[in-house]
Design a binder for this molecule. Structure first.
Ligand code: SAH
Length: 213
């Protein structure tokens, strides 16, 4: 599959739609305009890649809806050069959006099949996260902590403590919490022991899975 002018036009329309839905950060909207989402999907979905919809990506997982990706990316409030940890690499679309925003991305995927296919895809596309790791996101990534932002892209049954403790002071954790439906939660670290917590809208994610071992 190629990236054509037609795809670019569809991306501009998608960015326009997301702006109408309330996304304001120009860095996020520019990234949506730049990243060829159709290349992250099976070619049978190509015609639908720029609709604001989630799609299956194999291993019973989905690529998040563009609005959700944009919303979570905006909530991180990160600047270029900052460090972000992503839990749930999946197709790599969210990773690519963050890279386009100029941040250093560390990303963890716990399904081997997806980890392997996305690793190959990233090298084909020239996307360079600082680290792409096969592992369990509940533990975070202590050896690279602290992070300016942590984004969880699967529905978490609870807020894993290690993720809170791996935030810088002023850092932000964006995490959908809940079983069937999730509430988007934002934690801002105010000090070593204090966090400001905000509960935002309702979303639906595939579940964050406990470690298999
Ligand atoms: N950010 C992805 C969304 C993929 S869906 C995208 O843009 O495509 C959520 C992903 O989280 C799935 O790939 C799933 O395998 C992964 N996941 C689920 N539980 C996890 C865990 N405990 N640790 C790391 N990744 C996990």
């Amino acid at each position: 599959m190629k990236d054509t002018l037609k795809h670019k036009g569809l991306r501009n329309q998608l960015a326009q739609l997301l702006a109408e839905k309330g996304i304001k950060d120009p860095k996020v909207l520019d990234a949506i305009r730049a990243i060829p989402r159709h290349l992250f999907l099976d070619s049978s979905f190509e015609d639908h890649a720029y609709q604001d919809k989630a799609f299956p990506i194999g291993a019973e997982q989905t690529i998040s809806q563009p609005y959700t990706v944009a919303y979570q990316s905006e909530l991180l409030e990160v600047s270029p050069g900052q460090k972000v940890l992503e839990i749930g690499t999946g197709s790599g679309y969210q990773t690519a959006v963050l890279l386009e925003m100029g941040v250093k991305v560390f990303t963890i995927e716990r399904q081997l099949e997806l980890f392997k296919s996305t690793k190959i895809f990233f090298s084909k596309m020239g996307y360079r996260p600082k680290k792409l790791i096969f592992g369990d996101g509940y533990k975070g990534l202590p050896e690279e902590a602290p992070f300016d932002g942590i984004i969880v892209t699967a529905g978490a049954p609870y807020v894993p403590k290690p993720l809170l403790s791996q935030l810088k002071i002023g850092g932000r954790l964006v995490i959908p919490v809940g079983e069937k439906e999730q509430t988007m939660m934002l934690f801002i670290r105010k000090s070593a022991t204090e966090f400001e917590k905000k509960e935002l809208g309702s979303f639906r994610f595939v579940p964050m899975l406990e470690d298999k071992n």
